[in-house]
Design a binder for this molecule. Structure first.
Ligand code: BTN
Length: 255
């Protein structure tokens, strides 16, 4: 019996756990099961991923015993044009799950989750014809991350080890609630995301529409788009990659 068995019974319907010691990528593995007709709610957790993937094809490394890597299968009933909203609710669900640990998770649009300005969770949402897979990687425990990643863990933030099963149960619990608001009352989701937005008021640069764009984030629009003031215009950004917060130079650097 692994550590997740004890929370299996407590997950809301239709969520259920499938645990694997090692897979390539939980998103890929769950994609196979989805195409075989598996019902929604299946949550595949792997202790180890040999080919974990991040956004933009980057590898995602998850330390066995410390990280939490899982993918959730959904078969949304809403129009396909609204499916992108699951990407936003997933980030919100993770950030809110951290409340239970007394940590203030912020959402770095569209769905990275930060603690103290450092990344603690990445999310990769992929869609098939009739299903959607939400892949979530959380640095639960662990002390050392390459400096260039700007990453942290829940353990580092709290100063003590954290039980991965409890984090998983928290995320699934919030996601189970929020997925009911992907079409109706999505405004309530947006209000929650705005309260946790790590980017509002910050100067950023990002890749969008084939080029680099720079500006000040003014907030999140009603459809979940990023509102960016750039070159004197308020732009509505629906897709962007590689968002970087431009740090103001310190006094020393300025001299
Ligand atoms: C990112 O920030 O670039 C997204 C990272 C997503 C990683 C998770 S770990 C579980 C699932 N399986 C994968 O191969 N990727 C996602």
């Amino acid at each position: 019996m692994n550590e997740y068995a004890e929370i299996a019974e407590s997950l809301p319907d239709p969520f259920r756990i499938l645990w694997r010691a090692r897979v390539g990528s939980t998103n890929d593995e769950l994609g196979i099961l989805a195409r075989q007709g598996c019902g929604e709610g299946l949550t595949l957790i792997a202790e180890e991923q040999s080919a974990g993937r991040g956004r933009r094809g980057a590898p995602w490394l998850c330390e066995p015993g410390n990280g939490l890597a899982f993918s959730i299968l959904l078969r949304p009933k809403v129009e396909k044009e609204l499916w992108y909203r699951h990407s936003l609710i997933a980030g919100l669900a993770v950030a809110e799950a951290f409340d239970g640990l007394g940590l203030d998770g912020k959402v770095k649009w569209p769905n990275d989750v930060l603690i103290g300005g450092e990344k603690v969770c990445g999310i990769l949402v992929e869609t098939g014809d009739d299903h959607l897979i939400i892949g979530i990687g959380i640095n639960v425990n662990g002390h050392s991350f390459p400096a260039e990643l700007g990453a942290t863990s829940l353990e580092l933030a709290l100063g003590e080890r954290v039980e991965r099963a409890g984090v998983l149960a928290g995320v699934v619990g919030r996601l189970a609630v929020h997925r009911g608001f992907v079409r109706d009352n999505f405004g309530g989701i947006i209000r929650r995301i705005r309260m946790r937005c790590a980017l509002t008021g910050r100067e950023v640069r990002m890749k969008s529409g084939g080029g680099e764009i720079r500006g000040i984030v003014r907030g999140i629009g009603g459809d979940g788009e990023l509102l960016l003031e750039s070159s004197g215009e308020l732009k509505r950004i629906s897709h962007a990659d590689g968002i970087r917060i431009i740090k103001k130079p310190s006094v020393e650097e300025g001299f």
